[in-house]
Design a protein around this ligand. Structure first.
Ligand code: SF4
Length: 547
């Protein structure tokens, strides 16, 4: 067995599979160090490995456990869009056709889950037999139990039976019609009346959230023990997938979930990661900090995945600084109050500056501030406001190392901004910030604009893109390959502009219309209208001023 596996310290006890156990491969479509650092992968793997009715083997792109000769199920945990390339390569390496409709009874059922597929599985729909939508806590067990009922049936019977389980999506059982080959979607319908017309993403309602089930020095964050403090975020910034896709906001019980998990983890390592979209919004966050501040944990290195700007207190900064964290990351999105109002970011300018002052006073040496350009309704003046905000921060907290990380707005399914395209001015806006922040001693780190374009393509893509993804992989998987593949498929699928830049009408059938997220479309439209009212009001105010 690879030394990578022998370095693992397991925090659960795998079951001994029974004689009739189902041979299952659970894959992460990237290298071991990346996969084993994914809390989602760890938790699903251990949940499967604790069942004696399954014989589970793990597969990564670089290493694998001994694999069964005739796997019945092959699962993928997908947390990064571009890993689809590795999914296709792994399928080929196992002699499994990459398209679901080319598989036969003797091929395993290929399932996928994770944030990428829950948000919008459609570009990858043709590669999977089964997609699990939403939280795995109950869904995973429901899937395996339902599979056992039809284990000896043919593929078609299996798929039809699985389609009855809430949260299980069988893409091949839905037919998509288009207005034209390169036009919008006309309808998405199940192929027969026994198949549910809409699949509801599953939501786990308990207060025991995830924690690492394995600790290893070979993880990308060496020896880290991770605990999920909160799930989702109550703020609902209008573009934010981390909030909208996983609503409602849930918090782990301090006594029943967090403390027992941390005790178990810190018995084997001294590196602790607190995970969640808005960790500091846990109602008992300060008690948790006090708990971690005990003397017995003096040597613990603490990392926090995200901190809401107006919760950066001096106490938090001090605790982090004492625990080997040098800098903190906050997301403000824009220095413009106007844009923050549009996106529902309830943050005052003074909160932002105060975060910098507190970070410095608490002993941190750096602050990373995240922003975004191209947000719907953003004007070029709003960028001036971002530059001014950073200058004000520099003055208010002299000596604090400031970094401004900036991405481009990318529309995400199930958010109110799903109908907007990428702003064509975004690249110029990134350049503007670069030109104006660097000379002022602020480290500017833009995210690749080209990568944002691919992200937008995949986040609003439909199942016609599977052809494009296959071709792109053949052409070498670079940005140029996407362009070349679009050229090759001209007339057969819509162009890049349709998916990435166009503002879609709210009447348009979305590729994920049959996949129900946490909020109905009517609520998303209401939130969109509230945002649009913000810029309309502002435009009117501007007109009055100009008169
Ligand atoms: S505060 Fe952050 S995590 Fe929460 S909704 Fe806004 S952007 Fe998303």
């Amino acid at each position: 067995m690879s030394s990578l596996f022998t370095n693992e310290r397991l925090l659960f006890t795998p079951a001994t599979p029974n004689n009739d156990a189902i041979p299952l491969i659970f894959a992460f479509p990237n290298e071991y160090t990346v996969g084993i650092t994914s809390l989602g992968y760890q938790v699903v793997w251990s949940t499967l490995a604790m069942r004696e009715d399954l014989q589970v083997s793990r597969l990564f792109t670089d290493i694998r456990e001994p694999l069964p000769r005739q796997p019945e199920i092959l699962g993928f945990s997908v947390s990064w869009e571009l890993d689809y390339v590795n999914i296709l390569t792994l399928l080929e390496s196992l002699d499994i056709p990459i398209r679901a409709n080319h598989r036969h009874n003797n091929h395993p059922l290929v399932f996928g889950g994770g944030p990428v597929l829950t948000a919008n599985p459609e570009p990858y729909a043709d590669f999977f037999d089964v997609i699990l939508l939403g939280d795995g806590e109950n869904l995973l067990g429901d899937f395996i139990d339902a599979y056992k009922e039809v284990r000896n049936a043919d593929r078609e019977t299996k798929l039809k039976a699985l389609a009855q389980v809430p949260g299980i999506y069988i893409p091949s059982l839905y037919e998509v019609e288009y207005h034209s080959l390169d036009g919008a979607i006309k309808s998405i319908k199940p192929i027969s009346s026994e198949i549910p017309a809409v699949i509801q993403k599953q939501t786990y309602r308990g207060n025991i959230l995830s924690a690492s089930t394995v600790v290893t020095e070979k993880a990308a964050w060496e020896n880290i023990f991770m605990v999920e403090v909160v799930r989702s975020c109550p703020e609902m910034c209008r573009f934010c997938l981390a909030s909208y896709l996983t609503l409602p906001f849930r918090t782990a019980s301090l006594e029943g979930s967090l403390i027992p998990a941390i005790e178990k983890g810190l018995a084997v390592t001294n590196r602790l990661g607190l995970l969640g979209a808005s960790v500091t919004q846990h109602p008992e966050f300060n008690t948790l900090l006090d708990y971690i501040s005990q003397r017995k944990y003096d040597d613990v290195r603490l990392s926090i995945s995200s901190v809401r700007t107006n919760t950066v207190t001096e106490q938090l900064a001090q605790t982090l600084a004492k625990r080997d964290t040098k800098s903190l990351t906050i997301a403000v999105e824009s220095g413009s109050e106007r844009v923050r109002k549009i996106i529902n970011k309830k943050l005052e300018q003074s909160d932002i500056i105060k975060a910098g002052i507190n970070a410095k006073a608490g002993g941190l040496s750096g602050l990373k501030i995240y922003g975004m350009v191209g947000i719907p309704g953003e004007e070029s003046e709003d960028l001036d406001a971002t530059v001014t905000m950073m200058q004000d921060m520099k003055k208010a907290a002299p000596g604090l190392r400031l970094t401004f990380g900036c991405s481009t707005f990318v529309p995400k399914a199930h958010t109110p901004f799903q109908w907007y395209g990428v702003n064509k001015q975004a690249e110029k806006r990134l350049q503007f910030l670069q030109k104006n922040l660097k000379p002022k001693g602020i480290d500017f780190r833009p995210e690749s604009y080209n990568w944002s374009i691919i992200q937008a393509l995949l986040s609003r893509g439909d199942r016609r893109l599977s052809k494009l993804l296959e071709l792109t992989r053949d052409f070498g998987d670079s940005l140029g390959s996407y362009k070349r593949a679009f050229k090759e498929l001209k007339g057969q699928i819509p162009d890049l502009d349709f998916y990435v830049y166009q503002k879609w009408s709210s009447d348009q059938i979305l590729p994920w219309n049959h996949l129900q997220g946490p909020l109905p479309q009517s609520t998303l439209l209401k939130h969109l209208n509230e945002a649009m009212n913000q810029f309309e009001t502002m435009e009117k105010e501007l007109e009055v001023l100009e008169c």
